[in-house]
Write a new protein. Structure first.
Ligand SMILES: [Zn+2]
Length: 296
């Protein structure tokens, strides 16, 4: 924090907040952190000049790693047992589990893709006679026929879906970054200098008003995935120190003394992993001391 004293009309500036460092802790779902690429996605801490430039360079590294992870790990074929309950219900259920609308397009996916292609080419020339009984102005019909939506990471079947809804879900290539109180604080510091950051192609903002941004996404050069900045205060409405204290206090009250270390490892997994990497020589009891000091 740098103290200055500038005057502008009726406002007196008494403080200037300068970014001096950051820590990013990546969190991977579906046990992807156990895969070969996942294991290389590590927390990054930095203190020094050009912290914002450094922060976005780290973001770009994560984006490249996520693209690689997506390419290698996220191509699992659907896993569903023939004759199982969910297999049978797929044929009976005509509601898309993504948009929750009816699936009324009964032609095959191949036919649907062909027709959509023709409709695009002919545009105005396309007539209802040619389309036969196809209700081309029916928004639901245009979402396509029923497909098997599944998780590309685990292979688990999720439910019946319109082919277009399924395609759009697959197209979500974002890496969310959470800040506590992004709207009220961090976004101001990021946006003050974002124009000077190299390798940023595009920034899109969802704004509440001229000074408050609910979220924003950043497209970096040479990356297919985007960084999307979100405020965790919208989900957990309390200060960071209060939230972590609550978690630790809950453990202290509910868990037996002998099980505490094990539970702390689970609740404060990233802090624990970081502690093991940085201080392999210290005993496990030191980790408890670290938590007692308020470092999570
Ligand atoms: Zn749908």
């Amino acid at each position: 924090m740098k103290m200055t004293s500038k005057k502008s009309h009726s406002t007196e500036f008494i403080q200037e907040h300068v970014l001096t460092g950051y820590t990013i802790t990546p969190v991977l779902r579906y046990n992807l952190d156990k895969t070969e690429i996942g294991m290389n996605i590590k927390p990054i801490s930095y203190t020094g000049d050009d912290s914002l430039q450094h922060f976005f360079a780290s973001g770009q590294e994560y984006l490249h790693a996520m693209e690689l992870l997506h390419e290698v790990e996220c191509k699992k074929p659907i896993f569903i047992e023939k004759g199982s309950e969910e297999y049978e219900s797929h044929y009976k259920d005509d509601t898309c589990h993504i948009c929750e609308e009816e699936i009324n397009c009964k032609i095959s996916l191949k036919e649907f893709i062909k027709l959509k292609h023709e409709m695009k080419i002919e545009e105005d020339d396309y007539t209802l006679e040619k389309s036969m009984e196809i209700p081309m102005y029916d928004a639901n019909w245009l979402k396509g026929p029923k497909v098997w939506d599944h998780c590309h990471v685990t292979g688990k079947y999720r439910g019946p879906a319109h082919s277009v809804c399924n395609q759009q879900l697959k197209g979500d290539k974002t890496v969310p970054i959470f800040f506590l109180n992004l709207i009220g604080y961090d976004s101001h510091i990021i946006f003050r200098d974002i124009a000077e950051i190299e390798n940023i192609d595009d920034v899109q903002v969802i704004a509440k008003n001229l000074v408050k941004f609910i979220s924003f996404s950043v497209k970096m050069s040479d990356c297919i995935f985007k960084l999307i900045f979100l405020d965790s205060f919208n989900f957990l409405c309390s200060s960071l120190s209060k939230l972590t204290d609550n978690l630790k206090n809950k453990t202290d009250i509910l868990i037996k003394e002998s099980d505490k270390i094990e539970v702390y490892h689970q609740y404060f997994k990233n802090t624990y992993n970081n502690f093991r990497v940085k201080h392999p020589e210290l005993s496990i009891n030191c980790f408890q001391l670290l938590l007692r000091k308020g470092n999570y």
